[in-house]
Ligand binder design. Sequence first.
Ligand code: MTE
Length: 333
Amino acid sequence: MLIRTQNNGHQHLVASEITPPQDYLRRREWLQQLALGAGGVALAGWAARDARAQMARPPGKLAPLPGAKSAVSGASTMEAVSSYEDASTYNNYYEFGTDKSDPAAAAKSLKPRPWTVSVEGLVKAPKTFGLDDLLRLSPMEERIYRLRCVEGWSMVIPWVGYSLAELIKRVEPLGSAKYVEFVTLADKAQMPGLRSGVLDWPYVEGLRLDEAMHPLTLLAFGMYGEVLPNQNGAPLRLVVPWKYGFKSGKSLVKIRFTDKEPRTAWNVAAAQEYGFYSNVNPDVAHPRWSQATERRIGEGQGLFAKRRKTLMFNGYEPQVGQLYAGMDLRKYF
Ligand code: MTE
C-alpha cells in the first residue's frame, strides 16, 4: 500500500492470469465443438461453468468449516467467486512480508492454536474467549462478499463466520462505548515481517460501534468451506465488506471498546492517504491514484485487463448508506 515499487506494487501476475497449456488445448477443443453447432455450444457452456467451480474449490488440506446460507441481506453476490488459488496466494499480510506472494510462503510459521481473544474496555462483561468458545458462540454462515483493496483490485470470496454483533452482545458494551479497536497478533517468533519498520506494530484497526454492530460486519473463521489458511488471517479475522480491505484485520487477539476514535496502523503511517472511515468510494480518489475502477483478480492483467466500475460502498450502499447520512465523505474519508 505505502510501498512503491517499479510496477506500483499491485500488478503482480497471479496463477489464474497465466493460461496453462492444458487450458489452451481445452479452448481449442471447445472451438471444434462450436463448429459442430448449437449442441456443441451448450456443451462448451457447461464445461466452462464446471471449470470455474473446480477452480474455486480448495485443495482440501485444511479442516472443513461449512456454513449455512446466510439470511443477512446483501450477504451474497451473483458474481463469479474468485479461485481459491488466487484468494490464498495473492495476499496482503505485512507481518509476513510486503509482496503479494510473501504471506502464502511465510505464514506457515503462524500457530493458530491454541488461541485466545481478549474482549475488554468499556463493557459490562469483559472476557477472554478461547478459540473453541468462539467457534461455538453462534451458528456459522457462508457469505459471499466482494473484497475491494485500496490498491485497486478486488476479489469475490465465500467467507464462513457470523456477525461480529453476536460477540459484542455477549460482553454488553457500556453507554460510553463509541468505538471498537481491533488488535492483531504481533509475535516476532512467528512473523518475520515484524523486523521491518513498514508499520508501527501491532497492526491495529478500528470501527465506530454502530459499524461494528452492523449485521454485514463478519467475524470470519473460514473461507471456501474450510478454516482460514494462515495467510488469510487464521484463526479469525474481521471482514467489513463496504470498506477497503485494510480495515479487515487478520489474526485478531484483542477487541477493545473505547470512547475515542482508535489510532489505526495505516492512519498512523500516512494520515493523508488512509482515513479512519475508509469506506469504498469511487468519487474520492486516493492522493496517488483514482478509486473509480478496479481490476478483478483472475480477469486478465496489463494492457488487456478488464476494469470494472467501483461501486459506492463496494455495492453495499442499500445496507450501510444510512450509517453515514449527512456526513461529508470527502472530509471523513
Ligand atoms: N491484517 C493484518 N494483521 N496485517 C495486514 O497486513 N492487510 C490488510 C487486511 N488485513 C493486513 C491485514 C489488507 S491491506 C487487505 S487488502 C486485506 O487484509 C487482504 O486480505 P486477504 O489477503 O485475505 O485478501
